[in-house]
Write a protein that binds this ligand. Structure first.
Ligand code: GLA
Length: 733
């Protein structure tokens, strides 16, 4: 807020006091506005900071002052239900955002408003900071609200510090404490496991607390991610209803509490999980929590997703506005069984297929303990001399000679007990000194809270680039959760471990990005075990799931699309599933395309199809990567799924259509209504990715207006003979 605006609010407050006689002179209203939404904070006469509004932006911002008068709900009893950051141990009666044990052992906290300021970060991006202070202790919290005007997105976090005599223990330390008024709340959350990521569940929140959380340490999203949707009033639909989409930007343990309080409002408290994590904070040090990112929509989840995706492309994901590389991966084609000759053939296949890059997956390293399976070698990042006698430099050179780029798989945070690393550095391994080891995929995590381990991990990446400067891509995997959390390095401060692990990881990634700012790196965690915006600022894309059965992927990718854009969503054609190659490829083309199949096993027409598909993908990838996404027909509600991407100028679009249920001869009986086009413009529709030897039933000579396409729609003619259909739409000038 500018100084002028600030005084306007103050002035208005004083007028209100005169009018209603209810408010005292110290009331300060602080609106955080984006293009169509507002979150409004208010400082009461008691100096408490409260959230008084989250919803549509009002035309006259002075009217925010009057909002609270219109709510006649039951007693609050502590005056803190809508605290903007609920402290505990004093008069609070509900779930706190922060709990501390002061140096003297006292556990009370009462945070009072001190000051606030608004800064412009860049065009359309502002940062409001509000400083709160305990009225007895030298203890401070700064609440940060970064607002992205165009996308109606807010990132919210807190910074905690103190000047007490010695360390304070932070028992709980949320990033954000939202307060939403509404007539009933519905939570859409996601759960899963390996190869079953992002399965949605929706339920009405009842009084009390519903929590989604992770205690897994690494691969933290294996059972559930922190992303969620909250509908207000009734469950939101694609194009209608009030909804908030959010998620924590943190790659470790998280906790999101949804508390319906005694006034029937929703208190949402999100942050790093405080499970086994009471954090010792030294005097003078700052404890910054990770942002909770969220967007509000009163036009359903579709609008909210487009805002979040656009925000991610423009502000968060590395190279979100840039390009991506199509690739051929050897994981499912060879698993651990390959040698130089085999890789030479795969490089030639990469070229033949027409994709940009060959990605060498797991199995290329380890000598004393060769990586011939998932039970040995992790940690020993030297080329296996039998498989690659001339090293990766030679493969990279050969790739260049074949006219393709070269990328490589690593899993640098992990170690197999069968490795030199484990033998040489037992103190770098996360394990309990006096307890039996317990493994996830035969491996343990390295202790990234230790700066020496951070250096080790950094040098794994750095030395790959030094050996093979033309290295163009990395797949960074993380296959295990953390059991028996214990760090030799942290000594008596064990409860800082889960937090320091992730901070250590981010330090390594920052150092890598300082030297290699744009090289594409895929975020993988045995599939989608670690997809979040904390990590994605260092990664160009993520691997949603090891499940590449295209029928399952339609659903998995559908659910990721609520929160993440297609440019970041890697999708590979594999041999999973029973569907023909066309169906598998069409599904993978909805995201960032790759292949992981044995090309010489393909029939000549399958091969011809794949080659043409790469050419077609290159002609539509711009709109998939950078366009707006519309979920037209949900596979959960229909016998077919339709997903559309439209460019900003509304001159071109692409629509993916799939039959997801073939019982009783199902087909696309009704036309699919398109979205996001210009009603005035005329478009030509053409089917692409038509399998060799078959003919399309779509007449591409036909022109239709955007008006027609959006109100009547178009029938992609999906049926048992045409189970997947991609339509390209181009404006006719
Ligand atoms: C994980 C990844 C796979 C593959 C294997 C290699 O499971 O998700 O894509 O890289 O590791 O071991």
């Amino acid at each position: 807020m500018t100084i002028k605006q600030h005084f306007t609010y103050l002035k208005f407050t004083i007028i209100l006091i005169a009018t209603f006689g209810k408010l005292s002179a110290q009331v300060i209203t602080i609106p955080i506005e984006t293009s169509s939404k507002a979150v409004v904070l208010q400082v009461g006469a008691d100096k408490q900071l409260r959230t008084i509004y989250m919803g549509q932006k009002l035309a006259d911002s002075k009217e925010y002052e009057s909002i609270s008068n219109e709510y006649k709900q039951t007693e609050d009893h502590a005056g803190l239900l809508n605290s903007a950051y609920t402290p505990s141990g004093a008069r609070n009666l509900v779930e706190p955002a922060i709990t501390v044990t002061h140096t003297d052992g006292n556990q009370s906290l009462d945070l009072r408003y001190v000051s606030h300021e608004v800064k412009t970060v860049s065009e359309g991006v502002s940062l409001l900071t509000v400083t709160l202070q305990d009225n007895v202790y030298n203890f401070y919290v700064t609440l940060c609200y970064k607002s992205y005007n165009k996308n109606d997105v807010i990132e919210q976090w807190s910074i905690i510090r103190h000047n007490e005599k010695s360390s304070v223990t932070l028992q709980k330390f949320a990033s954000a404490n939202l307060h939403i008024k509404g007539n009933g709340f519905w939570l859409k959350q996601f759960h899963g496991d390996w190869a079953k990521e992002m399965q949605p569940e929706e339920s009405k929140l009842t009084h009390g607390i519903k929590t989604i959380d992770s205690k897994l340490g690494t691969r933290a999203n294996l059972f559930m991610p922190s992303v969620f949707a909250i509908s207000m009033g009734s469950p939101a639909h694609e194009d209608e209803g009030s909804v908030l989409l959010g998620g924590l930007e943190w790659s470790g343990n998280f906790k999101v509490d949804f508390e319906v309080d005694n006034q029937d409002n929703l208190r949402l408290i999100a942050g790093m999980n405080n499970y086994a994590s009471a954090y010792k904070l030294k005097a003078g040090d700052e404890f910054a929590t990770p942002p909770l990112v969220y967007t509000l929509s009163n036009q359903g989840t579709g609008y909210a997703s487009r805002n979040l995706q656009s925000w991610a492309r423009n502000f968060k994901i590395l190279e979100g506005k840039g390009n991506r590389l199509t690739l051929l991966n050897n994981w499912e084609a060879t698993y651990f069984d390959f040698n130089e000759q085999k890789l030479g053939e795969l490089l030639k296949d990469t070229r033949k297929l027409g994709v940009d890059l060959f990605l060498l997956d797991d199995g290329w390293f380890g000598n004393n303990y060769p990586r011939n399976g998932d039970n040995a070698g992790l940690g020993d990042w030297q080329e296996n001399r039998k498989k690659l006698p001339n090293g990766i430099a030679s493969i990279a050179r050969q790739a260049a000679a074949d006219g393709v780029k070269f990328g490589i798989w690593i899993e640098p945070e992990m170690v197999n007990p069968k490795s030199n690393l484990y033998k040489n550095h037992p103190d770098w391994v996360v394990k309990q000194p006096k307890r039996d080891e317990y493994y996830f995929r035969n491996q343990l995590a390295l202790d990234l809270s230790n700066p020496k381990v951070q250096d080790f991990v950094y040098h794994i990446v750095d030395s790959l680039f030094i050996k093979a400067p033309s290295l163009a891509y990395i797949k960074w995997d993380c296959n295990a959760v953390i059991y028996n959390a214990y760090s030799v390095y942290l000594k008596s401060e064990q409860s800082n471990f889960y937090v320091e692990y992730v901070r250590g990881l981010y330090k390594v990634l920052q150092k890598i990005r300082a030297k290699y700012p744009t090289v594409p790196i895929m975020l993988c965690s045995g599939g989608g075990g670690r997809v979040d915006y904390g990590a994605l600022q260092y990664f160009t894309e993520f691997w949603p799931s090891d499940n590449t059965d295209p029928m399952e992927r339609i659903f998995i990718q559908w659910n990721y699309s609520y929160f993440y854009p297609a440019i970041a969503t890697s999708a590979h054609v594999t041999d999973w599933g029973k569907q023909p190659i066309k169906f598998r490829t069409d599904v993978a083309m909805m995201g960032k395309l790759g292949f992981d199949i044995v090309l010489d096993k393909l029939s000549s027409s399958d091969m011809q199809f794949c080659q043409q598909a790469v050419v077609n993908y290159n002609s539509i990838k711009e709109v998939i990567w950078h366009g707006d996404q519309y979920r037209l027909r949900s596979p959960y509600e229909h016998n077919m799924a339709s997903m559309m991407y439209v460019d900003e100028a509304k001159t071109s679009a692409v629509i993916f259509n799939y039959l997801v249920n073939n019982r009783y001869g199902e087909s696309s009986r009704l036309p699919v209504k398109l979205k996001g086009l210009d009603p005035q413009k005329r478009y030509r529709i053409e089917e692409v990715n038509v399998y060799p030897g078959t003919r399309t039933s779509i007449n591409s000579n036909f022109q239709l207006s955007g008006d027609f396409l959006m109100n009547v729609g178009i029938n992609p003619d999906v049926n048992a003979q045409r189970t997947s259909v991609i339509l390209k739409i181009v404006q006719v000038k």
